[in-house]
Design a binder for this molecule. Structure first.
Ligand SMILES: Cc1cc2nc3c(=O)[nH]c(=O)nc-3n(C[C@H](O)[C@H](O)[C@H](O)COP(=O)(O)OP(=O)(O)OC[C@H]3O[C@@H](n4cnc5c(N)ncnc54)[C@H](O)[C@@H]3O)c2cc1C
Length: 331
């Protein structure tokens, strides 16, 4: 493991200033991803600023509806929160589908948003990787790329974002609140993570020195119909090959509103916008869901070993939409 210095931040301002003052600084929250990266020589930071004791654990209802979840709320606290379980069940299910109880007890909201890809070539310093060493090449694009992207990849990177939580956040149109030296700003979740382009070393649009302070869940009545379906090689302790978060509002058998987000398919959680548009004002039937799933995968570009993800994603979308109708979308 690389040597590093460690300090514990006493305030948010202190942490933000600390990042500015040390070019090699990074913050540590639960440490479940960062420490692994340090051990694997994947992380260049040599100065850790511990933010875990700052007061950002709260989950609070907002006067205009919705919830604000503090960046240091643990994954377990979010998944178990009674309002989240009642009003945003897909978020709770997405979290519970990931990692283990012990990891979720320590892992935080901010850390989950910023966890790095599980591309095996990124994790193995023996292989070139543009995300780890910009300009060195992408081993996955010509290597074993079964786990990789079918949407939005570039010649420089075909990695996928590993989070389950973020897929549910994308379906819910959540907003990330961040704080930097120049103040606070809000970033819609669908603009928070980025596609690799020719700078795959950047996972997100967070500016250097900015910290995540919270995530806003807007009020969304039909989120109660939300479903999270995760397909993977093992049924526990495994990242998604493909996952789907859906929520739907159905009135008089017609779909009024629908959200579909996919995980395991791109460098960011992937909203199936064309499929959502197609489904509006259509009957909530198997046939509609089948057509929507075809549309959702129309632009997919498989790599040598991951063509199976296309059929898998289509079937997952159909199953999740059907489950959304059965679990509350139907009035
Ligand atoms: C064995 C294992 C299995 C897992 N399985 C899954 C899974 O199936 N699905 C899934 O979604 N996740 C999974 N995870 C990932 C897990 O959810 C993340 O490791 C965890 O959420 C990271 O949170 P943390 O607080 O520990 O982050 P840390 O490790 O402390 O930090 C991660 C990154 O986020 C940055 N960071 C943290 N907080 C902030 C903040 N507030 N502002 C700015 N930057 C910040 C850190 O600098 C660091 O770069 C798994 C992890 C492990 C170890």
């Amino acid at each position: 493991m690389r040597n590093f210095t460690y300090i514990r931040a006493t305030s948010l301002e202190d942490a933000v200033q600390g990042i500015q003052d040390h070019p090699q600084a990074t913050v540590i929250a639960g440490g479940t991803n960062l420490i692994d990266r340090l051990k694997g020589y994947l992380e260049p930071s040599s100065h850790l600023i511990d933010i875990s004791r700052l007061q950002m654990q709260q989950i609070e209802s907002l006067s205009q509806g919705g919830l604000r979840i503090g960046a240091l709320a643990s994954n377990t606290a979010v998944a178990d929160h009674p309002i989240i379980r009642r009003d945003y069940p897909l978020l709770s299910r997405a979290i519970l589908s990931g990692a283990s109880q012990q990891i979720r007890n320590v892992a935080t909201v901010g850390g989950n948003l910023l966890q790095r890809t599980r591309c095996p070539y990124f994790s193995d310093p023996a292989f070139p990787c543009n995300k780890r060493h910009p300009g060195s090449g992408c081993s996955a694009s010509t290597g074993i790329n079964r786990l990789h992207a079918i949407f939005g990849a570039s010649d420089h990177c075909v990695a996928v974002h590993p989070s389950d939580f973020c897929v549910a956040l994308a379906a819910l149109d959540a907003v990330v609140e961040a704080q930097g030296l120049s103040g606070k700003r809000e970033i819609p979740i669908t603009e928070f993570h980025r596609l690799p382009g020719n700078t795959p070393e950047q996972d997100t649009n967070l500016q250097p020195g900015e910290l995540i302070t919270s995530v806003i869940l807007p009020p969304l009545v039909f989120a109660k119909s939300g479903v999270y379906l995760k397909l993977r090689d093992r049924t526990s302790y495994s990242f998604a090959l493909v996952s789907v978060a859906t929520a739907m509002e159905v009135r008089d058998h017609q779909i009024q509103a629908v959200r579909i987000a996919l995980g395991g398919v791109a460098h960011k959680p992937w909203r199936a916008v064309a499929a959502e548009q197609f489904l509006r004002n259509k009957p909530a039937t198997v046939d509609s869901f089948k057509q929507a799933s075809e549309l959702a995968l129309q632009e997919a570009k498989p790599l040598e070993h991951n063509g199976f993800k296309i059929e898998m994603a289509k079937r997952a979308i159909e199953r999740a939409l059907m489950a959304s109708v059965q679990t509350g979308g139907q009035e």
